[in-house]
Design a protein around this ligand. Structure first.
Ligand SMILES: *Cc1c(COP(=O)(O)O)cnc(C)c1O
Length: 350
């Protein structure tokens, strides 16, 4: 069989390592809290598994549209926001086209360009792990079809500011799609951070905002994420997607999570407090931790990334190394923080 050579060359998706019973799994930015009882009940009550789900996830779309002060056709739901990234790439970018993003960022970005048959163009993060939006705007060509802005940036942590994003938007041609990937939006406490809802309210049809129930809402295992933006763009994304991928259970869980928002927000606030405490303590050990606005912190370990990750794993802390670059540690159980700081201190840069 002949496989497209660029597909054969793709590295397999690398999942954060599973943890043994006595280890903390801090490798996939998951929510450490158990699902809320109301959410579990809603999933159990989702009856009729012999029937296909509602292909349009109409109830969830209506709820989300209401929250964003828009109409249902401005919302698209899929099996995780990573699916929507692939859909938008397919919908906008073919052979010879370019998809632009900052690097290092989310591991899925390089492959979605390849799968669409287009070319990934990357601009390095600045020394603080931030997007260099000026350099990104400079890198736009007449072949650029889609730009991904990841805020807070996974895995380095900093946000893009509202002022920075507005200036960037003004420099990008109006027919280039800008995807604002806000997978960690709910954890952001920096008042200067860009807010996708505000950008959309200001009326920018070339911006699509991506959010997910996987991280703050703790539904990573059920696979549900969404996009808010221009109906024409979202309809094109939907056309490329595999129909019926969002299960009834996922839709029910997402609806129940929106009902339980106050409780979930308390958990998110608790995780943000742990994050700030951990980042501060890690800086005291000598690590130059960039601004952390997601549910994770970044150790810029450079060439020592694998060795530093091994030290954590030896201590029962499963973290996520990126060879040659750094180590990402998700915010998990409160009891893990002291262990993280102890190991980090033992391998701190001198
Ligand atoms: C986790 C993550 C996603 C997608 O998560 P889903 O589980 O597919 O909704 C998207 N973007 C970034 C940057 C992420 O870290």
């Amino acid at each position: 069989m002949r496989i497209r050579p660029e597909i054969a060359a793709l590295p397999a998706y690398k999942q954060g390592r599973q943890a043994g019973a006595d280890a903390f799994k801090l490798s996939s930015n998951e929510n450490p809290f158990d699902p809320l009882p109301g959410v579990v009940q809603a999933v159990q009550a989702a009856h009729g598994f012999n029937r296909y789900p509602d292909a349009t996830a109409a109830r969830l779309r209506a709820r989300l549209a209401e929250r964003f002060g828009t109409t249902d056709d401005h919302v698209h739901v899929a099996a995780g926001s990573v699916s929507i990234l692939f859909q938008l790439a397919q919908a906008t970018s073919g052979a010879g086209d370019e998809i632009l993003f900052s690097w290092r960022s989310f591991e899925a970005y390089p492959s979605l360009a390849t799968v669409a048959g287009s070319t990934a163009v990357t601009v390095p993060n600045d020394a603080d792990g931030r997007h260099d939006l000026d350099a990104m705007a400079d890198a736009v060509t007449d072949r650029t079809r889609m730009i991904i802005v990841c805020t807070p940036n996974n895995p380095t942590g900093p946000v893009v500011t509202q002022a920075g994003f507005d200036a960037f938007l003004a420099r990008v041609p109006a027919d280039v799609l800008i995807v604002l990937d806000e997978a960690y939006a709910e954890f952001v406490t920096d008042p200067d951070a860009v807010d996708g809802a505000r950008v959309l309210a200001a009326g920018h049809p070339n911006v699509v905002v991506l959010r997910t129930f996987s991280k703050a809402y703790g539904l990573a295992g059920l696979r549900v994420g969404y996009a808010v933006g221009d109906p024409r763009v979202l309809a094109a994304a939907r056309s490329t997607g595999i129909p019926l991928s969002v299960t009834a259970a996922a839709e029910e869980a997402a609806l129940a999570s929106l009902d339980a928002e106050d409780e979930l927000r308390e958990r998110v606030a608790e995780l943000a407090v742990r994050r700030d405490e951990l980042a501060a303590r890690l800086r005291e050990t000598g690590w130059d931790v960039p601004e952390a606005q997601g549910n994770f912190v970044w150790l810029p370990a450079g060439d020592r990334a694998l060795e530093v990750a091994e030290a954590f794993e030896a201590a029962g802390l499963i973290v996520r190394p990126f060879a040659g670059d750094g180590v990402r540690i998700s915010i998990g159980e409160a009891e893990s923080l002291g262990h993280i700081v102890r190991v980090a201190a033992s391998v701190a840069p001198r």
